[in-house]
Design a protein around this ligand. Structure first.
Ligand SMILES: [Zn+2]
Length: 179
């Protein structure tokens, strides 16, 4: 700006492309009488600037209806690889024989059990290869629930359990890593 408070065109003409000069010309120069500059955003309850809130507004994201399972998955205290695996499992997108058969790639049955469809639930919990593994960490009194729930409920139940296991880890983290 020059001494009179206007844009200093003499200076800007030297090094600024004309299309940017036009944009600047359409904006009034800053003036002390208007107060100091501050960041502002649309949609927040206060005057704080938040990229997240603006992004949620643009995408019509509804905080109220968000499925709490996703945030629980991302809050797991496990490696990123395990978190991604649980996320894929929650979407029921593991490449099981059942899913492969729907793509026309072979049969749907478990290669170990033979006469049982290899769903995600079968692979993760119900296959006779896997069930003995779960009997170790799951206490007797919780086994009926643990082995009865369907895939979504199974994930929700286990991912919501934060109690400490024998080695000091939360059950949700042990469960996710075990998966
Ligand atoms: Zn099996």
């Amino acid at each position: 700006m020059d001494t009179e408070g206007c844009w200093n065109w003499q200076l800007m003409r030297e090094w600024m492309p004309s299309n940017i000069q036009y944009k600047i010309a359409s904006i009034l120069p800053p003036n002390g009488d208007n107060g100091s500059d501050e960041q502002a955003s649309v949609g927040s309850n206060n005057n704080e600037y938040s990229v997240a809130i603006m992004y949620e507004n643009i995408c019509a994201f509804d905080q109220q209806n968000i499925n709490p399972m996703w945030s629980k998955i991302w809050r797991l205290n496990v490696t990123e690889r395990v978190r991604c695996f649980v996320w894929i499992l929650a979407y029921d997108r593991l490449l099981t024989n059942y899913h492969k058969s729907r793509m026309g790639l072979g049969h749907a049955m478990c290669n170990h059990c033979g006469n049982v469809v290899e769903t995600s639930m079968h692979v993760m919990r119900d296959c006779s290869l896997v069930t003995p593994f779960w009997l170790q960490p799951v206490p007797m009194r919780e086994r009926s629930t643990f082995f009865m729930e369907d895939l979504q409920q199974w994930i929700v139940t286990d991912i919501s359990k934060g109690r400490r296991g024998n080695n000091g880890s939360a059950w949700c983290d042990i469960w996710a890593t075990a998966c």
